[in-house]
Design a protein around this ligand. Structure first.
Ligand code: FAD
Ligand code: GLY
Length: 379
């Protein structure tokens, strides 16, 4: 197996994560990244590892996969940090989902009951109890759900560490290499076409985020149903006397829109995000930033005085059922690892471990079996 030439299209967390695991096992891997590695959705993300806070009652397979990935995070962090001697900002303080008026409390209670029915690890808190955990929360906070196991990682540090680890294991990274076409002959992938010509491969992994459906050469029935979902984000710089340490998320029964506040170890506070179906548009909009700040100040009024240090947008790779598309396809040796939508940072370890296992053994691990492309065939 190890002498097979493996090409990965896309150098985000997913491509780099799989590439690292394969290179570590001794495989010959080349990642083709059309820009700079790790600067797509993987750079834009909030870094929340939040299977509970992002859970939907009709997405139980995804919840299971998310929990399995979360369980593997400590091992992933240890492996990555010790191999690179870099830190990736993993924080395990947890997440508070807060309500700021009686309507929010009602909505929170409904969510809490659903979480309980699903057997998730959540705790109901009064507003006062929530403020005991995070003293900076607004006096208007009415109630909260504590998700002690919903953690976070600094996704920007993680992509940099992944690139370092991948290269350290002998992986090849071709940046500014645009994959124009996946070449298929007699039902098998034979390579890719870039601006520099044909590159042959025994195995090809499509991990091009929200652009995965745009590469030529795939039969129509195999174009992955992945679309861009825009998120506007911003960052403030917290001061030592004005900080939070848990991830704080608002639930909003009414306006402003729900927001999340993700405190990094270096005092940076990431605030997100809008969810916009606007194709590949990446404009920052005054209204979006206003909504984010409005939501954040309702949660933590003292943040009003903090410096605004960055604004940006990113494009989530959303699939038609919000779950990733993982594993074998009808084309021989063409593997998909895309469509991770809102949870790609959370799902990186399970994707990297299981897709590399699939390639090294030829067997689909049970964990990812429900996420094949063929689940869309009946649509
Ligand atoms: P990307 O990081 O987008 O990487 C794909 C790469 O493929 C890009 O670098 C691109 O240049 C390259 N590429 C595309 N086409 C080609 C081509 N033809 N040839 C060569 N290269 C190509 N997830 C969480 O778990 N927690 C969060 O808190 C969270 N917050 C988010 C907030 C926002 C605003 C956004 C946008 C996303 C968020 N996500 C979050 C989701 C997460 O960021 C994504 O699911 C994840 O980064 C997807 O990783 P990826 O490697 O598939 O995609
Ligand atoms: N998971 C957070 C986001 O997608 O905005």
């Amino acid at each position: 197996m190890n002498n097979k030439r493996i090409i990965i299209i896309g150098g985000g967390v997913i491509g780099l994560g799989i590439g690292w695991q394969l290179a570590k096992a001794g495989a010959a891997v080349t990642i083709h990244e059309r820009g700079q590695a790790g600067r797509g959705a993987s750079w834009a993300a909030g870094g929340m590892l939040g299977p509970i806070a992002e859970a939907h009652i009709d997405e139980l397979d995804l919840l299971k996969l998310s929990n399995q990935s979360l369980e593997r995070y400590p091992e992933w962090v240890d492996e990555l940090e010790s191999e690179t001697e870099m830190t990736i900002g993993y924080r395990a303080e947890g997440t508070l989902i807060i309500g700021i008026n009686p309507d929010d409390s009602y909505q929170l209670k409904h969510a809490y009951n659903l979480y309980k029915d699903l057997g998730l690890n959540v705790e109901w808190l009064s507003g006062q109890e929530a403020r005991k955990i995070e003293g900076a929360l607004s006096p208007y906070v009415t109630a909260a759900i504590r998700c002690e196991t919903d953690h976070q990682v600094d996704n920007r540090l993680m992509v940099q560490a992944l690139e370092h680890a991948y290269l350290g294991r002998g992986g090849v990274l071709q940046q500014n290499s645009n994959v124009e076409k996946i070449v298929i002959e007699n039902g098998n992938v034979t390579g890719i076409q870039t601006q520099d010509g044909f590159q042959d491969a025994d195995v090809c992994i499509l991990a091009a985020g929200c652009w995965s459906g745009q590469i030529n050469g795939l039969p129509d029935s195999m174009i992955p149903p992945v679309r861009p979902v825009k998120g506007q984000m911003l960052a403030l710089q917290m001061r030592e006397d004005n900080m939070i340490s848990n991830v704080v998320r608002t639930v909003k029964a009414r306006y402003p829109m729900p927001v999340y506040l993700v405190p990094r170890k270096d005092g940076r506070l990431v605030i997100g995000a809008t969810t916009e179906e606007l194709g590949f548009d990446t404009d920052l909009i005054v209204g979006g930033i206003y909504e984010l700040l409005h939501g954040a100040f309702e949660a933590v009024p003292s943040f009003y005085d903090l410096p605004l240090i960055e604004t940006w947008t990113g494009l989530r790779p959303g699939s038609s059922d919000n779950a990733p598309i993982l594993g074998k396809t009808p084309v021989g040796n063409l593997i998909y690892a895309t469509g991770h939508y809102r949870n790609g940072i959370l799902l990186t370890p399970i994707t990297a471990y299981e897709i590399s296992k699939l390639i090294l053994t030829g067997e689909t691990p049970e964990t990812i079996a429900p996420f094949h492309l063929d689940r869309f065939s009946d649509e």
